[in-house]
Design a protein around this ligand. Sequence first.
Ligand code: 5GP
Length: 137
Amino acid sequence: MPSIFSRIAAGEIPCHRVYEDEHVIAFLDIAPVSRGHVLVVPKEERERLHELSPDSAAALGRALQRVAAAVVRATGAADYNVLQNNGAAAHQAVMHVHFHVIPKHADGTGLGVGWRAGTLDQAHAPALAASIRDAMH
Ligand code: 5GP
């Protein structure tokens, strides 16, 4: 079963499209957190960001920057959040990779962020960084 975003990309379900190229489509979120909330979606259907092919990921990164610039120009909101959820526990509802571009407006509308910052454990940080470095390939 294609995802709802694949069906939007295929033109089977309508959307308010703001950008499209060979690899990417971007359109207005149907339940916007704030005015100008846009979803940027790779046409390659993968559930999570790290599962994308390099070509798709590169195209997505290029499109994301251009869409963000257009949202800033069109809405006048200089401040914005880019959000990308992976997995249900991380608040992903549509299991097809997507980035949210969410303007933060002067009236306060926009993304609310709960950020429970800890303190980096300096004793364990070298091994942690090394393990992630070693996992890069
Ligand atoms: P997630 O929680 O998976 O990161 O966010 C999914 C987003 O997709 C939500 O903000 C939701 O409003 C949006 N969405 C879900 N279904 C549709 C749809 O059919 N059309 C559009 N334009 N947005 C959708």
